[in-house]
Design a binder for this molecule. Structure first.
Ligand SMILES: Cc1cc2nc3c(=O)[nH]c(=O)nc-3n(C[C@H](O)[C@H](O)[C@H](O)COP(=O)(O)OP(=O)(O)OC[C@H]3O[C@@H](n4cnc5c(N)ncnc54)[C@H](O)[C@@H]3O)c2cc1C
Length: 494
């Protein structure tokens, strides 16, 4: 038997990698297993917002909103390449929410937590240049932040690895039981090989699988119930020219975001549909797409139909089950449930948890585990800078890259800045002309970048690259995607 690790984490979504990173930074030995690619489930299917959640104020979720707003400030400096400010416009619909109510909500939003980086809210008169229909005269503007959710997961995993953690994507946890005061954990790799690991503590960060894990992998009944709520998004050609996002109020009291996406597109979502079955099977239904089109068409001058949809995706929110209210009003807060009775090896389960609050959740989780792992040092992640985030302004980094690599097209520089930050220097090093970047797979994806993703960021399949490490799946033709897949297969075998 090899020595036990201090912490074994099941699940490579944002909460699992967040906990692995926090624990590794406290001097603990950590292994994380993820049955598919990192961020392959909920953590790449979000609305991609680091936000306090303005609408949660309607449900009096002050604790959650305050924590999320505090985290927004911290995360803006943790990862300035993949997280940046985003201004939202909320067109006024007096029959849905009166102006005083929205102003009160925005005042709270401005003041619930310290705010250094983002401006406060304001009221805005809409003129004929607005992309909204002419009946909208007034809007409220406030700021939140955008995040590349899947890259956030990968960067946290890289940061954990830098601190000694072992990250095992494509490795399923098939069984875990307590034995001799430790956890004995069975893992199965994608090639069918199995492995047994021993751990002093176990973390169940399986997102929407966290409850089911107790019937398949973990002993005992689940400590709580999850409510699974599907949310879908669609991507259409850009609906408007500005950099602002829109938050639209629908007649059913739900809100829908229209977000500027990948330069040329708009990302529109989401829905709230109660979900049963395997979370991996969630798809955006035609009904949801019709619904999203209808909300957009009730607000924007430009009208859309499902035929305009270039891409759609769905994710399943793991929410704490509390009553049978509407799915949209179910709490987005989280619970950490620790099972460590009678000096047994601890099991910590994560139920719920937003991307925005992952750092705070992870800190809380490792504080609790740390009580059973005396060598653990104290919290440290408020000052964390994720790999590639060691720069000031995006514009400054962009200018410095353009100067160092004048032959690199501007659109590629912009994408590198917003995907890799300073990490792109790793694969640009030694290149003096565009040809040095190797084979071109389309849409500015060169061999150098691809090799880097395979070597340093656990990319193995074309989908890992096209939809999680980047969003180039929106741009590469089917033929180009096949060529990419072929190249990756050959390289993997080499
Ligand atoms: C539609 C939608 C929109 C959202 N928008 C936002 C937003 O804008 N901002 C925000 O902050 N939050 C948002 N969220 C919430 C956020 O995305 C999730 O709460 C968060 O991603 C959950 O992360 P997780 O790590 O808990 O779960 P996941 O990301 O689902 O990770 C769990 C992982 O566990 C793995 N796993 C399961 N079983 C096993 C096993 N036996 N062995 C190994 N691995 C296993 C799975 O493969 C999976 O990758 C949104 C969610 C949805 C669905």
């Amino acid at each position: 038997m090899t020595g036990p690790v201090d912490v074994l984490v099941i699940g490579g979504g944002i909460n699992g990698v967040g906990i692995a990173l926090d624990a590794a930074g406290r001097g603990l030995s950590v292994t994380l297993c993820e049955m598919n690619d990192l961020a392959s489930a909920t953590s790449s299917a979000s609305s991609k917002l680091i936000h306090g959640g303005l609408r949660y104020l309607e449900q009096f979720e002050f604790r959650l909103v305050r924590e999320a707003l505090t985290e927004r400030e911290i995360l803006l400096q943790t990862a300035p390449h993949i997280i940046w400010p985003l201004h939202f416009r909320l067109p006024h619909q007096p029959h849905l929410r009166p102006a005083w109510m929205i102003r009160l909500g925005l005042w709270l939003y401005d003041h619930l937590a310290r705010r250094d980086r983002l401006p406060g809210s304001r009221t805005l008169r809409l003129d004929e240049h607005s992309p909204l229909q002419p009946q909208f005269h007034l809007a409220f503007e406030y700021a939140d932040a955008w995040v590349d959710d899947a890259r956030l997961v990968v960067l946290c995993a890289m940061a954990a690895r830098e601190r000694g953690a072992t990250i095992l994507p494509r490795t399923r946890c098939t069984r875990a039981g307590r034995e001799r005061g430790l956890w004995r954990v069975q893992l199965e790799h994608s090639d069918g090989q199995t492995q047994t690991l021993w751990a002093k503590s176990l973390v169940n960060a399986a997102g929407p699988w966290a409850s089911d894990l107790f019937s398949t992998v973990l002993p005992g009944p689940p400590p709580a119930r999850l409510r699974l709520v599907k949310g879908s998004h669609m991507v259409v050609p850009r609906l408007h020219n500005g950099n602002e996002a829109y938050i639209l109020q629908n007649e059913d009291s739900r809100i829908v975001f229209v977000l500027p996406y990948e330069q040329d597109y708009s990302l529109i979502g989401t829905t709230d549909v109660d979900y049963q079955g395997d979370p991996a099977g969630a798809i955006a239904s035609d009904g949801e797409i019709d619904y999203l089109c209808a909300v957009v068409n009730a607000h924007f001058r430009r009208q859309i139909t499902p035929a305009n949809v270039i891409y759609r995706y769905a994710g399943v929110r793991p929410l704490m089950a509390e009553g049978d209210g509407k799915a949209q009003t179910a709490s987005r807060d989280y619970q950490l449930l620790l099972n460590a009775h009678d000096k047994q090896a601890p099991l910590l389960s994560v139920f719920g948890g937003k991307i925005t609050t992952f750092r705070a959740l992870a800190e809380d989780a490792v504080n609790r585990l740390g009580k059973h792992l005396p060598q653990a040092t104290g919290p440290w992640t408020t000052k964390l800078v994720l790999p590639g985030g060691d720069f000031g302004e995006q514009a400054t980094l962009s200018a410095s890259l353009s100067k160092a690599y004048p032959w690199l097209p501007e659109t590629i520089v912009q994408r590198y800045v917003r995907s890799y930050g300073t990490l792109c220097r790793r694969f640009l090093q030694g290149c003096d002309i565009l040809n040095d970047m190797g084979e071109h797979f389309g849409a500015g994806l060169y061999q150098r970048e691809l090799d880097y993703l395979m070597q340093a960021e656990w990319a193995r399949t074309a989908d890992d690259v096209l939809w999680r490490r980047s969003k180039l799946g929106l741009r590469l033709t089917p033929e180009q995607q096949t060529r990419l897949e072929r190249y990756m297969n050959v390289r993997r075998e080499a």
